[in-house]
Design a protein. Structure first.
Length: 149
């Protein structure tokens, strides 16, 4: 079946529809992969995906924030003790919206971005990303102390 501009591609493999805008695929999901980094560091890999669960093969701009809520509502009341930023060569930070709590970022050309959180308290943040165009929050599981090195 063919793609439909400014609409949905009909499912070809039983997965969700893929949304296109002006001929470009629009991200519909964020996959989170959480791992311990260096001392007191948590590395969260975000992968922007299409409606079929495939990584976007283009840079994607995202708004990220740390929340205390599993729903992603609001900013965390706790600031990390260290930095909240892109891991070197793992995307780009365009701007800080709220220090150590919210950022405007861009993924690499493969749709991935690694957020590096340094926090000696190993706080249980939820990582939240806003889906472009939809404005919906996609929320990670809560971080646990074992997620920090």
């Amino acid at each position: 079946m063919s793609n439909v501009l400014n609409g949905n591609e009909q499912p070809q493999d039983g997965n969700d529809n893929a949304v296109f805008l002006e001929g470009s695929l629009v991200p519909q999901r964020i996959l989170y992969s959480i791992a311990a980094g260096g001392a007191n560091v948590c590395e969260v890999t975000l992968t922007a995906q299409d409606g079929h669960g495939k990584a976007m093969a283009v840079p994607v701009n995202l708004k990220l924030w740390l929340s205390d809520a599993a729903t992603g509502v609001g900013l965390t009341a706790t600031s990390a003790s260290g930095t909240v930023q892109v891991k070197t060569a793992s995307g780009a930070d365009f701007g800080i919206l709220t220090a150590k709590k919210a950022l405007e970022v861009q993924t690499l050309a493969d749709g991935t971005y690694i957020l590096e959180i340094t926090d000696s308290a190993k706080t249980g943040f939820y990582i939240c990303a806003e889906l472009p165009l939809a404005g919906l929050a996609v929320v990670s599981r809560v971080l646990v102390s074992g997620d920090y090195g």
